[in-house]
Design a protein around this ligand. Sequence first.
Ligand code: ADP
Ligand code: MG
Length: 398
Amino acid sequence: VEDCVAEDMARFEESFKGINSRYRLINRIGEGTFSTVYKAEDLLYHKYKNDWDIEEQEDSKWSPPPKKGACSTTKGKPRYVAIKKIYVTSSPIRIFNELELLHDLKSSDSVCPLITAFRHQDQVIAVLPYFQHRDFREYFRDMTISDMRLYFRSLFIALRSVHAHGILHRDIKPTNFLYNPQHARGVLVDFGLAEREGTDWHLCACQLPSSERRYKIEHSVYATTLASAPSQPPSYPKTDQRSSRRANRAGTRGFRAPEVLLKCTAQNTSIDMWSAGVILLTLLSRRFPFFHSADDIDALLEITNIFGKKKMREISLLHGQVFETNIPSYTEQGHGFEKIILWCTNRSGRDEQGRKNQLVGEEKEAALFLERLLECEPSRRITAEEALRHPFVARAGE
Ligand code: ADP
Ligand code: MG
């Protein structure tokens, strides 16, 4: 693996002319569907430090943490950056969109700012300050409820700011929120799927270059959701004449809100709050990833297990869809979060006195807050602003 990474870095340095004179690549730190991210040292930091304006305003959160007000003593200290190499297969519109939204959000403290961006031939790289954080998988099992309060306070501060700019992140998940548990601070990254509220992708798709159009259209399936047992043949007719509905369904499997799965065309910032809820559910159930669905229908069924068929029919109607399933194991009322959390943490049995286990105290409070995030109806779901005032979050750090 190490050889592979070294080879990949060498290839990148060779292909991106001049990058060596400005940055020293250190390691590869991320590899996703749309980009590869490298940690690097900015060799010309002192020459171009005005580009780093955000870092000069508030030093402490960026790595390495410099001493307060000690500009001269920081001279010579290495400055680390994250270089995001956006795959050349991404459409120019997409790349531009990400850079533009990051630019819009540059005053926001909890969004990883863009220092600069470069293009060499068809390759674009975005340069961000390197943010010291820990891998979610390393700490999520050990998080106490107090730790969760701090984590979500930081996440909702970030979302409040993004949403106040009328922007939907669309891909909220642990790998896109870089969190430093030691400082109880995190920053949002990855605005590759973000969009402005009210963007009509149906209209946009018609105006996009063909590669982008393919991307959007690939993500559209039949409008009517007829969920069938995985082992049975699909119960919708192959020659269905009904027009299919198109909506932006970008995001990560398992973190998509019901209205995204149901292809609601009027999605708003509340989809990010649902995804934040999935993170909280992960923490409370100590299972990551929590949802394992292979596709949108599967994802709807996983949600059905929690909320029950009745609720699913109701919310489907809300988005003009019909929900039906012939799987007998799903109940009308669902199981609820408390039961699921107890079950996931091996406490679904009874205590010594023969009483059913229940969530109590802080954990109960967390489960009630979870219900506000994983609220199926987007209009009733808690907003980031409200979440910051909710006792679960407002009491963070007490
Ligand atoms: P992708 O679109 O490929 O998911 P991201 O912007 O999410 O790209 O970055 C991928 C990964 O790279 C992140 O999950 C994180 O581990 C790392 N990363 C990205 N930006 C930074 C940064 N500013 N500081 C430290 N690590 C980063
Ligand atoms: Mg990402």
